[in-house]
Design a binder for this molecule. Structure first.
Ligand code: T46
Length: 131
């Protein structure tokens, strides 16, 4: 299992940088929802769930944080620390986020609206579904 990074084209000049995100172009699905996570205290972890159908791309637009991604057979660890890199997270992947920098703003593009029934929050149920 390898992290699926998306390297966005950066328009950078003396005025700063700009990245454009487009559904079905550099984002591999239609975008129905965008949310962002910020102000996460040091030594705090989030996530601890998988999604039955949701696809997402996570981008650290400021600061950095780490992800554990787990497909039920293998776990990988990766760090997001650039506004020009997205991490694609498909369905049935357990995720945990940790080691947030104080200034971290983690923006997530999602393929569907918020639906609690799409979450698998019990790791044993996730493992059974993944096998
Ligand atoms: C994910 C990771 C990367 C909403 O009402 N609407 C929303 O769109 C979202 C994302 C959350 N919420 C509510 C549900 C909870 O009461 O916000 C609260 C915090 O959500 P949660 O504990 O699920 O947050 P994280 O950081 O553990 O997980 C989030 C996403 O929920 C999840 O889909 O993949 O970020």
């Amino acid at each position: 299992m390898k992290p699926e990074f998306i390297h966005f084209k950066e328009f950078s000049d003396g005025r700063g940088g700009l990245v454009a995100l487009e559904q079905h172009h550099n984002i591999p699905f239609g975008i129905k929802r965008i949310y962002y996570i910020y102000g996460t205290p040091e030594n705090t972890s989030r996530g601890f769930h998988a999604h039955k159908a949701l696809e997402q791309v996570a981008i650290c637009v400021k600061g950095a944080c780490s992800f554990v991604l787990d497909n039920g057979k293998e776990k990988i660890n990766c760090r997001l620390d650039s506004p020009t890199i997205g991490l694609y997270i498909g369905k049935n992947i357990w995720r945990e986020m940790f080691n947030f920098t104080e200034d971290c703003v983690l923006m997530v593009l999602a393929s569907d609206f918020y639906e609690e029934a799409d979450y698998i929050r019990d790791y044993d149920i996730f493992l059974r579904a993944a096998s």
